[in-house]
Structures are given as C-alpha cells and as structure tokens.
Write a protein that binds this ligand. Structure first.
Ligand SMILES: Nc1ncnc2c1ncn2[C@@H]1O[C@H](COP(=O)(O)OP(=O)(O)OP(=O)(O)O)[C@@H](O)[C@H]1O
Length: 296
C-alpha cells in the first residue's frame, strides 16, 4: 500500500497543498480532480520528491520515501511540463529509466512501440501530443513500478488514442499488481475508469469518493413545479446543476426514501431521474453556493 500522510507544501510562502492524506492500493484506479491551479501537479511533484515536502510523508509498504530512496522504484511519474526526454530518441529512453527502475522491461517497451507504430529513431520532442502521451504510458507500464501517476493523460487527445490509453490502464490493473493515480479536470474522461475519486479543493483533500457508494446514495433529478417558488426541501438537500425555464436539474448527494416522499407530496409536474455523471458530482461539490438565487 502507498500512504500519503499529512503532506504539506508551500511555494513562495503560499500554501499550495495542506495536510493531504490518503491510501492507495494496487488494483485501484484513483482519480484526482480539482479545478485548474488547485495543486494537482504540485501534489504529484511532492509525492515523488521533485519538491521537498514542508511536512508529511509518503510511505510505500511502510518504507518512507524520504528515508529510503530505493522505495521510489515502486512509484512512477513523468512530469509533462518539466522533463529531460525532449532531445532523446525513443529507443534510448529505456537506458535512463532502467537506471532507476531496475526492473524495467526493455522487451515489452520495444513491443509496445511497435504495436503503436512509434519509431524508436524519433526524438521525443518531435512527437505529437498524442504520441507523447502514449510513450509516457508505455514508459510507465514497462518501468514495472507498482504505483503509476498519470497527470492529465487524456488532455487534448483524439478519441482513439484516449481509448487505447484507457484500455491499457484497465488491462494493467486487472491482476491487482499495479495501481494508477490519474488527474483530470475533465470528469467525463474518468467516468467508467476510476473506482474512486479524490477531490482537491482549497489546498486540501475535500472528498475521497468511493464511486459505487456515491452512486448508490446520490441521485440526479429533473423537476418541474407549478409554483415559481423553489421548495425548501430542494434548497436544503440538493445542489442546482441547471435551470431551463421551469425545469430544474438538481443533484441530491443523499437521496433517501423520506426525501422521495417529501418531493412527491409537493405534486411536481415532472419528477424524473437522470443518469448521474462524475461531472455532476464535481459541480455539485465545487460550486460555492447552490445557485438557487439564480431563479429569483
Ligand atoms: N514552481 C512553482 N513556482 C511558483 N508557483 C508554483 C510552482 N508550481 C506550482 N505553483 C503554483 O501552485 C499552484 C498549483 O499549481 P499546480 O500546477 O499544482 O495546479 P494543477 O491543479 O495541476 O493545475 P492544472 O489543472 O491547471 O494543471 C498554482 O497557483 C501555481 O501557480
């Protein structure tokens, strides 16, 4: 198990991440979401010791990465903003990675390059964005690290490359020997991929969602009432996602049978359940207020 414990990082006297703690197991695909600039990349850089933490630890099977750098072999991250890969040819990259990841699988690396029609002679910096994303993932998989961090791996990719990456990730976790931590600000990309989503907000880990539990409890509803006044039960128990005329689309984080009775007792003109997406949960949790004042 990888444990992030009370990790804290300031940059230029500004708190970027504060007291972040979570556990991550092989076999899990954990999503990390949060608005632009909230500190997702900073969290990854601090976890991998590119930035030194001001407080807190990262432990892999109880080995502190700060005290035992060799444990870092089990954690993989390519910083997409700052890395040394640009000037090198793809065929040369394993030489560098094998220095750290002594378990690096060179044969599989070559096979995967061939499978995705990537030319070992090409320089990394000459690759398209989608090709780079594929190479990053191939390096991650062939490093044979147990814990793999992917920072916005789908950003700007076409649907085919995206599907290739998603299906490789899913295949890789099937035997429970590897885990992924994937950041994204586009929640549609994580839908169907992650079992669990961490939400970063105001420098902190605001939620650790088990999506199965969340989906079992939350409901998204489309409602229309005769009266223009919004019923109090909605204001108290739901977050407004969208309004179009009299049609309200809301998310109830905890939809109980009692709530259902209360809503039906109001005789809505329309009460219909809609499929709940990760994006709905994200919006419901990140909007500063419920937005009901929009209707006034
Ligand atoms: N090296 C640095 N020097 C100064 N400020 C930094 C540095 N690294 C990060 N920051 C600041 O920390 C904050 C968090 O940045 P970070 O890149 O971690 O966010 P993010 O959640 O990954 O954003 P995005 O989704 O836009 O990639 C930002 O305000 C950023 O300007």
């Amino acid at each position: 198990m990888l444990r992030v414990s009370k990790l804290t990082k300031q940059i230029d006297h500004r708190q970027i991440i504060e007291d972040v703690s979570f556990d991550w197991q092989p076999g899990e695909i954990v999503g990390l979401v949060g608005r632009n600039g909230v500190g997702k990349t900073t969290l990854f850089r601090t976890m991998t010791r590119q930035y030194l933490a001001d407080a807190g630890q990262v432990l892999i099977d109880q080995h502190d990465l700060g005290a035992e750098p060799a444990a870092q072999r089990q954690l993989f991250f390519i910083d997409t903003q700052y890395n040394f890969l640009g000037n090198y040819r793809l065929r040369d990259l394993p030489d560098f990675y094998a220095l750290v990841y002594t378990q690096f699988d060179r044969d599989r690396y070559t096979q995967l390059l061939t499978r995705f029609k990537l030319n070992g002679q090409d320089q990394y910096r000459r690759l398209s964005k989608g090709m780079r994303a594929l190479v990053n993932l191939i390096l991650a998989l062939t490093s044979n690290a147990t814990y793999i961090i992917l920072d916005e791996p789908f950003d700007g990719l076409d649907v085919i490359v995206r599907e290739n990456i998603a299906s490789m990730v899913i295949d890789e976790v099937a035997d429970q020997t590897k885990g992924f931590l994937i950041s994204s600000h586009d929640l549609n990309e994580l839908d169907g991929l992650s079992d669990r989503v961490l939400l970063l907000k105001d420098n902190r880990l605001a939620h650790d969602y088990n999506l199965e539990d969340v989906r079992a409890k939350a409901k998204k509803m489309q409602l229309v009432f005769k009266d223009k006044e919004i019923p109090q039960v909605l204001k108290t128990h739901s977050k407004l996602i969208r309004v179009s005329g009299r049609v309200l689309v809301v998310v109830f984080p905890d939809y109980t049978p009692e709530l259902d009775d209360q809503l039906r007792a109001l005789n809505p003109v329309l009460l219909e359940e809609l499929p709940l997406t990760l994006e709905d949960l994200f919006r419901a949790n990140l909007s500063q207020d419920t937005g009901y004042q929009l209707l006034k």
